[in-house]
Design a protein around this ligand. Sequence first.
Ligand code: ATP
Ligand code: MG
Length: 168
Amino acid sequence: MSRGFYIGRFQPYHNGHQSVLERIACSADEIVIGVGSAQVSHTVENPFTAGERVLMLTRSLADLDCPFYVIPIEDVQRNALWVAHVRSMTPPFDTVYSSNPLVMQLFAEAGMEVQSPDMYERLTHSGTVIRERMLDGEPWEHLVPPAVVDVIREIHGVERLQRIAGSD
Ligand code: ATP
Ligand code: MG
């Protein structure tokens, strides 16, 4: 049984993440997805809770051909221990898919196989760009899967982001 691992903060989950997961999904038997910085929400950089991000991922991946597990992972303030922390929370996996330099380095040092999938239209498909569009009242819906639009509407996510970005 081979399992792949993919991690992000998913603030929010977008079409770039979806394109990578669809590409890597069936190169392994199962996929483990870590929702990073799980303890953080209601900030401009991290507006959505871990549970809201689990909803975005689970609904967007409902038609994926292989089984997947979405696991919230809190930060540890000690990079040298981070891989062990991740592994303590996840089903066992053998291949890590990431383009994040720190994530790649930490897993490589732990002796794990790391693959770096190509980016999908990175200039527009970035969490930072999507949050800026939400703040500015510009269209963002075309950059995320339809299920993510539904979740963000349901939780009034754009209004939340705009309020917490306001000054008192
Ligand atoms: P932020 O701007 O908030 O950091 P992000 O778009 O970088 O958001 P993350 O949740 O930080 O998204 O990313 C998690 C993973 O997704 C990283 O490995 C990152 O390289 C990858 N990723 C981000 N954008 C894309 C994209 N457009 N195509 C492919 N992979 C992407
Ligand atoms: Mg990022």
